[in-house]
Design a protein around this ligand. Sequence first.
Ligand code: HEM
Length: 292
Amino acid sequence: MSLSTEIPGYEFGEAADFSEEAIFYRHLIGVGIERKIRSASEIFNILFGKIISSRRKEEISRGKKEPRIDAVTYYMNVDTTKYKLLKPGNDTFIRDVVLSLLLAGRDTTSSALTWFFWLLSKHPQVMTKIRQEINTNFDPTDLEKLVYLHAALLESMRLYPPVPFNHKSPSKSDVLPSGHRVEVESKIVICIYALGRMRSVWGEDASEFKPERWISENGGLKREPSSKYLVFNAGPRTCLGKHLALLQMKMVAMEIIQKYDFKVVEGQKIEPVPSIILRKKHGLKVTVTKNI
Ligand code: HEM
């Protein structure tokens, strides 16, 4: 669903939601909801086919002028001779890379912000502190100064991680540091949602929303190892968009908090969709008034 009534047909969004739900069933239950995946990929193929072919025509008509700076153009201009598996004009490669970036960056940040604003509605004292910080420390060129807002976003994702679980399989049999033996290709599902709420990891107040736990004694941000805060994954396949995501979320949150007052509509059902992204099944209904 889109907030704008002017945005025509929302095929991409619906296809993305379908795929995320279908992948959930594949990861966890091991059965495919193939029809959803197939119709979502047909939509992606049609949409990306149109975009890539019109971009190719545009590039030809631009001639020697500087190419546009965007992901599709960047990957269209990759030197395919340097890579064994790439063929010139390989549209499938461009489609897959751009689609991965869109899926990785689309619902993750929007899911994070939806839970964040819902938590703020339940913790008005946190909202007040964020407003105070924005009013005193706001510098559009340096959002790093918004330490409390950053802490509140990290804390919200600890309780409601946009990617709530991950799934790994060893390529050969191994023994984990815990002593558990894992057979080749066995499925290890890591529940990031549960990890964020474990008292043994986060302390007795693990289930409470407390941005303060991220503030160090000197008032800066406390760093936690990525193996403890697995929200962006850890190791070599850690999220490439982590810093971009936090920056985008700070910008959006700051704009909304500064300019609007919003009230969450009472009595609505809050429940997640079974999907690889922790989306709210019914969205979040709020009434918004502009701050003058
Ligand atoms: C709050 C926002 C985000 C969260 C919580 C998040 C979380 C994650 C997680 C958990 C993974 C690992 C997935 C796996 O192992 O299967 C991942 C991978 C990735 N993310 Fe993000 N992500 C966010 C935003 C973004 C954004 C905005 C982008 C870029 C536009 C992005 C790009 C990527 C890419 C390219 C990977 C794959 C890295 C690899 O496999 O080498 N992410 N992200």
